[in-house]
Design a protein around this ligand. Sequence first.
Ligand SMILES: Nc1ncnc2c1ncn2[C@@H]1O[C@H](COP(=O)(O)OP(=O)(O)OP(=O)(O)O)[C@@H](O)[C@H]1O
Length: 276
Amino acid sequence: MDYPVTSASSTLLTFADKDVQKETSRSDGAAVSLRSVSKDFDSEAGTIRIINDVSFTVKPGEFVVLVGRSGCGKTTILNMLAGLYPPTSGAVEIFADSPQNARRRLGYMLANDALMPWRSAVRNVELGLEILGMPKKERRKKALSMLTDVGLGHAAGRLPWQLSHGMRQRVALARTWARDPGLLLMDEPFSALDAQTRTDVQATFLNVWQGSNAAVVLVTHDLSEALLLADRVIMLGDGKILREVRPPFERPRDLPSIASSDTFRDLLNELRELLN
Ligand SMILES: Nc1ncnc2c1ncn2[C@@H]1O[C@H](COP(=O)(O)OP(=O)(O)OP(=O)(O)O)[C@@H](O)[C@H]1O
């Protein structure tokens, strides 16, 4: 089947390869630009290269998923984007600036919802706005509207322990979105949820994201999640880009019907072999 698939190792340029190359050389206006980035860590066995000469860009409003097996370096890339540590060599830019300078435009969401247990749902959502210095009335209004967007307007006054796992993750989503991030970094945000809740929260997330112009870089080891959500999937292995794929699904996406389609199953089977 003819998917817009690119192979980093191929010497034959496909249409999509040229697209990716063009983007890579045009970091101006990009939400994310990684150019020839490598990252080494020290271990008992000496220095180990975890990321090896990786380059990619993400456009404003684009949804990119980094997928790969455990330990391939996905979180390491995300942490460099968040400015938690610098690359050993190469350049990382967020909106043409350093990750540190771009922090106010970043949102970060993890598998663990990291809600404050003593704050109600609405006060958890307000937290990021408080840090930005937004006046109380305004931030309460915004937080309530975000909670309504994620289907939790009725639960604004509840404490985290009074919410289900999926509801807590929705609160975390609302908290992240309330700050209007230009770039959202997500590390396995749905991995702790059961299958049905996961689909519900993913769909809620896509709805909210589609109403924004935020770029997303989401990390997962779950290839089917990557294909369902992404505009572009970057497959990583041994610290390198193995392949890039643009899942051929229109937006808005009906996740259950895509997941049960032949196109999706064929693509998943084909790419699974590569990751294994
Ligand atoms: N600060 C660090 N110091 C030393 N080694 C590190 C550090 N951070 C990560 N590593 C190593 O780098 C490798 C890649 O880790 P990373 O967390 O990026 O992988 P991952 O693809 O996100 O894995 P997972 O899906 O299991 O979270 C691992 O071998 C890890 O032990």
